[in-house]
Design a binder for this molecule. Sequence first.
Ligand SMILES: [Zn+2]
Length: 267
Amino acid sequence: MPELPEVQTIRNQLRSYLPLTIERIKRSPELKQNILHTKIPKNIVGATLKRIKSHGKLMIFDLGDLYLLSHLGMSGSWIISKEKLKDKHLHLQLDCGKYFLSYVDPRRFGHMYFVDKKGKDEYLKRLGVDISSEAFTDDYVWECLQKGANREIKPFLLDQKYFAGSGNYIANEVCIRAGLIPDRICKTLKIEDAKKIKQAFHSVLEGSLKNNGVTFSGGYRDAFGEAGKGVQNLVVFHQENCGLCGTKVRKVMLKGRGTFYCPLCQS
Ligand SMILES: [Zn+2]
């Protein structure tokens, strides 16, 4: 958490405030220790934030010759406000005159990098196709399944080298919607399964995006500090009964991650 729908919700909300010119910055001592892995460039003050893009779970702030890459980790968010934000988990505040753009991260598992264009391109090379993009096709999923032949499907769906933007709730929900038991081995899947997986991603993302993301207890907040309402679309993840058939949902740990499935709908 946050996964692609939460990142895109924040991105979309911030876009309507652009461009923003940075007049002053403020940072917490923990920013350098835990979150920011590069120096803060001297020319940050005076730079104009022109565009915000994203790839998978990575937010890309375009500052002209400079980019800020931001991965929100477990609990990060960018909040836009007219007043200075008062929050004990505030780690970076960009004072842009009329507005303040603030990075808040209670658990401090987020990552940030100031990079040039080359640095940005190199970082993006490590990521697979964005699961919401047009390049995420049936054929692409089928190719991935062959590359992950001996892996279990649900942990495989978390791998950002193939499924950029996926995360634990998305992978759980894709498996139930595609009818696949989470520990199915990829090489036992057929091309029809690749199509179902692609369609399942589409359905999960759509449900989350139109509800401004999914918030579990104490979790993700959008750019206005609000919780997302996407929990109502979940079929098995942290659910008592399967949303498709009503059977009691089972929970196991698979490669260290909480995994939820319906013994009737998934095989
Ligand atoms: Zn079921």
